[in-house]
Write a protein that binds this ligand. Structure first.
Ligand code: ADP
Ligand code: MG
Length: 307
């Protein structure tokens, strides 16, 4: 059946109650159930996931505590990768046991080399984490934390450089070829650069859809499936003349991006990631919602991107 890389959105595993563990577990179990159905169809599955809400919660805990040193963003990224990897790995394992499928699941703590010449480091624009009231935001800014203000309040902004390659890619490929279900590059991967040949973490977050596209190309996946909370990407999104897209070519995708049809930092990176995957030789990329995952693979739901 071939290899499929599935990127699941923070939304699918997000905890609206700011960290209620039971709610988190319920969402993880629901996601795992969908993934196991795809595994049962015979696909070799590589899973990646977002970490927006989780890294936001971690930063909020650090900001509030005041007793311990805040950890840099690469370390926070590693923590959320471990935490979500653990939950997904265990939940998928349990669902596989229930279904009598004899397969192993492992999470790879994954580093991603990023473009450190990127202007995003001097001028960070990616908002992450919780909203803060002005008095708190001012205090944080005095500590050197960059914040921006929108209608809902103040939020931290960080660099989000382009991912260039996945450090552990050979290990991931070997595991996939051995029939093991791999969870990798969670949260877009831990951002690192190479200095004089040595790896070092950087203060940034990486877009999980763009890293997912690199991962899908690297493992030679046929299909790159991006699961989020809308069933299709749309033109004129949210307007009266909204048109959902069933299919588009990479050329069309890039044209629609230029025309500004997709939300920056939400749908735009998904469409860009999909176009990059098919441009790099992948057969198809599909954007769909978690509960339509199987239908999407069968070509009966979602937005399909081909060359
Ligand atoms: P994820 O956590 O899955 O990455 P995001 O919130 O980043 O989710 O992206 C999905 C969101 O993108 C949808 O909830 C939708 O509101 C938004 N969006 C922005 N532009 C579009 C568009 N043109 N078509 C569909 N959804 C869009
Ligand atoms: Mg997103």
């Amino acid at each position: 059946m071939g290899t499929i890389v599935i990127a699941i959105g923070g939304n699918a595993i997000l905890n609206p109650e700011r960290g209620d563990p039971q709610e988190q577990q319920r969402l993880i179990d629901n996601t795992a159930g969908e993934i196991v159905e795809i595994i049962q169809k015979g696909y070799d599955v590589v899973l990646t996931h977002g970490n927006g809400p989780q890294i936001g919660n971690l930063l909020a805990m650090q900001d509030e505590c005041g007793l311990v040193h805040p950890q840099p963003l690469d370390v926070c990224g590693a923590q959320t990768q471990g935490m979500l990897g653990y939950s997904l790995q265990q939940s998928i394992d349990n669902r596989l046991k229930e279904k009598g499928v004899n397969k192993q699941v492992v999470t790879i703590l994954t580093q991603v080399l990023v473009d450190d010449s990127c202007t995003s480091f001097e001028n960070p624009t990616k908002p992450i984490g919780l909203y803060f009231p002005e008095f708190k935001a001012r205090k944080m800014m005095e500590r050197g934390i960059r914040m921006i203000q929108d209608q809902k309040g103040f939020r931290r902004v960080v660099a989000s450089p382009m991912p260039e390659s996945i450090v552990e890619v050979e290990a991931i490929k070997k595991l996939v070829h051995a029939g093991i279900i791999v969870i990798a590059a969670g949260g877009g991967g831990i951002p690192v650069v190479r200095k004089n040949g040595l790896l070092a973490g950087v203060e940034a977050v990486v877009d999980k859809d763009l890293t997912g596209s690199l991962l899908a190309t690297a493992v030679g996946a046929e299909t790159f499936l991006i699961l989020t909370d809308v069933e299709k990407a749309a033109l004129f999104y949210g307007k009266e003349k909204q048109v959902d897209i069933d299919e588009m070519t990479a050329n069309e995708a890039e044209r629609y991006i230029k025309e500004g049809h997709f939300g920056k930092g939400s749908m735009e990176p998904k469409v860009l990631a999909a176009a990059r995957f098919v441009r790099s030789g992948g057969k198809q990329a599909i954007i769909s919602s978690l509960n339509k995952a199987l239908l999407a693979i069968e070509g009966r739901a979602g937005t399909r991107v081909t060359i």
